[in-house]
Design a binder for this molecule. Sequence first.
Ligand code: DAH
Length: 362
Amino acid sequence: MSLLNEIEPLKQTALADLKAAPDLAALEQTKGAWIGPHGRFTALMKQLGTLSKEEKPAAGKLINAAKVELEAALAERRSELELKAALPKEPTDFTLPGRRRALGKLHPLTQVTEDIVRAFRKLGFAVADGPEIEDEYHCFDALNTPADHPARDTQDTFYLSVAQASQPASSGSVSALGSGGKMPSEPAGKMPALLLRTHTSSVQIRVMKSQPPPVRIIVPGRVYRRDNADATHNPTFQQIEGLYVDKNVTVGDLKGTVEFVFKELLGEETKIRFRPHYFSYTEPSFEIDFSNALVKKLGKDWLEIAGCGMVHPQVFENVGYDPEVWTGWAFGFGIERIAMIHYGINDIRLFYDNDVRFLKQF
Ligand code: DAH
């Protein structure tokens, strides 16, 4: 058979082989067997030189056309096989449930804060807030704690060494009331030193300066102390401040309010007691202890939980309220302690490690 006659049948066989390749590896082999350097079709091309001058052009044309056809068949089969390889091996079960995005949770301290806020809202309290970068005036002086006052040492804190050209501390605001305008300015002249607030009591001043009485607010928020971290201390922690100002407010109102909230939070059998104490911004002042089954479990009868008292007349003077007309009480307590008792957590640092294995339990 002449070379010219061999081309067509050889091409047909090659095409059939390429189309029949079951996978990509087999296809590569088939390609080698036909159009690789030692392939059968390549061999045919090599024989072109042996043909006579008359036969050569026609055979050359045929071979080239056949080669183009083989290359095209190879490319087509390759993309078919590639697609097949990319498809799932198992049939898809469209009745399977979809993939859910993992939902996050509120931090346990946020949950406890929200519980406390909910209890106070039932009594008509609004939530207020103020800046964590505070100045000495709001944190201490206006709360009747001047620079030489010994109470200041116990709250020695982180001062900021920034150029005090403008006041970064924003005014306090009562979100539920939608206020938050500019404060009347503090002692004119020199800017007071800036610090990380040591307690939420500073917001008492900001709120009273921004609105006339009566006042009924709570202030949840982060505070800072120069403390070494251990199982019960952390340089950062959360407090809730309360302030109630009206006419004829008494310690009885304070006690009733605190009792209601603690029973809501920690159960009906919770008891509270007031012990005399000293705070420069209240007179008289008390510490609040509480007791319930969880406290007993810790082997104690009472656990100290908060400071409180009747707002000191000097504080009213400082914010421009008439102490002859207005009376009030205030308290402040730590949220971590309540959360620790509530959930049976024995190390405050766990709240701040951000270990998801811990956090997702609540
Ligand atoms: N500011 C106090 C503290 O951080 C707690 C406190 C005590 C707040 C008495 C008050 C109060 O409002 O009247 O330890």
